[in-house]
Design a protein around this ligand. Structure first.
Ligand code: EPZ
Length: 420
């Protein structure tokens, strides 16, 4: 059934109030996959209600795990796992299902997954993942659109990535925790989600050190047991809401957030003219009532660089404040798909390859838009909150993949937003 629902936003209102930030999609997904490795029951708290998480739960059920959700708690028991194959249909639902490869190899010594293929934001090869598994002793056959891996017993290895990859780092961690011997990942990704995965696996009995640094050590163990764990706050959802607050010159209190994980997003918003600080346990305050001015340059990069996932909502903000910003997208080759839609609202943006030059304007006007990917959809919502008149955004299924109840939360702080 084609996606009929649309978001309808009447812009021009200043938003103010409190938003409770969801659990992190990009942490919940590897944690759900990790449950495959564990004996007994696992309870994940603060697990966001997103279509991507539902897809991961469907994969767990298809593998033979019991997987139940009650509100933001997901309970998994992988004792009765019955297969190590993930169908094409399930793989196509969510590209990052590739993360099940390391977990299945670690648990079953084999797996068969359909090729994930690229997605809207880039070709997204998985060569780092496969090279690493080969180094750990896996035999890999790629045929008929499937990848079949087999390893009687995975062995620890020295792994080095050409560039820090979040997915490859997580996949090797999942494969190495039950492998024979020690594994070291050099030039590993340092994203906070890597630390959350290490925290979870160590609570289950793993021996991982160095998560969050460029070098991760994993000492293989014989057994891992389920545990209770709370998924970290979603730093990209938090960054998106802060951009929404700033573009309406508003005032926001984010709760259940983590200002430390926001990294360079905070100094960029301060540079723009927002006052922003964290206090107490999980509170982030933003006030954007002073005159705002666009930053000169934003260059995305692996953590602790500026997150590529926050680039689209920040671009929407920069399109609506005085000044010129040059964006350089270094992580993905096709991450400006939202630009043509922002231009429909009246934004002045020129794109040349991985560079986009944004000349801020002081007036945008509502229009009919269509989301083309998750964060691009978030950029359209951000800009529509500022645009005069009504904006309609189609294909919001993309937005459901990463934002839980975004229209309800924005309505709660005064935005005129609804789903039709
Ligand atoms: C994760 O994707 C996130 N997804 C992405 O968030 C995020 O944009 C990305 O990391 C970067 O921060 C999840 O965590 C589920 P990578 P991932 O491997 O793991 C190249 C969102 O909006 N590469 O770190 O797929 C790759 O092409 C999503 O929430 C290879 O060349 O990203 C890219 O240029 C979108 N070969 C770069 O590395 C490989 O084998 C970084 O990709 C693997 C990666």
């Amino acid at each position: 059934m084609s996606e009929q629902r649309k978001l309808v936003i009447k812009g021009g209102r200043r938003i103010e109030g409190e938003i409770s930030v969801q659990g992190a999609k990009n942490s919940a997904l590897p944690l759900l996959a990790a449950a495959v490795l564990l004996k007994g029951q696992t309870e994940l708290y603060n697990c966001p209600g997103l279509s991507d998480c539902d897809a991961a739960c469907r994969i767990l059920s298809a593998l033979g795990c019991s997987c139940k959700r009650e509100g933001s708690v997901v309970c998994i028991d992988a004792s009765a796992i019955g297969t190590s194959e993930v169908s094409e249909k399930l793989m196509r639902e969510m590209r990052s299902s590739i993360i099940f490869m390391g977990a299945l190899l670690g648990r079953c010594g084999q797996c068969r997954l359909s090729f994930p293929g690229g997605c809207e934001i880039g070709s997204r090869p998985i060569d780092f993942h496969l090279d690493a598994f080969r180094k750990m002793g896996a035999k890999i056959r790629e045929e008929h659109g499937y990848i079949a891996c087999r390893a009687a017993k995975l062995k620890g290895a020295e792994i080095s990535f050409p560039v820090p990859s979040v997915g490859a780092t997580e996949n090797v961690m999942l494969a190495a925790v039950l492998a024979e011997g020690n594994t070291t990942i050099h030039n590993a990704a340092r994203e906070p989600e890597i630390c959350d995965l290490a925290g979870f696996l160590n609570r289950c009995g793993a021996r991982i050190s160095g998560a969050g640094t460029g070098t991760v050590h994993i000492e293989g163990v014989k057994r891992l047991d389920g545990c209770r764990y709370t998924v970290m706050p979603d730093r990209i959802a938090a960054a998106t809401y802060l951009c929404c607050g700033a573009i309406t010159r508003g005032e926001l209190l984010l709760t259940h957030a983590d200002i430390a994980s926001l990294g360079p997003v905070v100094p960029v918003l301060e540079q723009i003219g927002c006052s922003i600080y964290g206090f107490g346990n999980g509170n982030v305050y933003l006030n954007a009532q002073r005159a705002l001015k666009a930053p000169a340059q934003i260059r995305t990069a692996p953590y602790p660089g500026f997150p590529t996932d926050a680039q689209p909502p920040l671009m929407a903000l920069c399109a609506a404040i005085p000044g010129t910003t040059m964006f350089v997208e270094t992580v993905f080759e096709n991450r400006y798909r939202h630009v043509s839609e922002l231009i429909r609202l009246g934004a002045h943006i020129k794109v040349e390859g991985r560079v986009a030059v944004v000349e801020g304007v002081n007036r945008l006007t509502g229009a009919e838009l269509e989301a083309g990917d998750l964060r691009g959809g978030a950029a359209m919502i951000t800009a529509a909150l500022f645009a005069e008149g009504t904006t309609k955004i189609g294909k919001i299924c993309y937005i459901d993949r990463g934002y839980e109840n975004i229209e309800g939360l924005l309505k709660g702080v005064g935005a005129d937003i609804r789903i039709v």
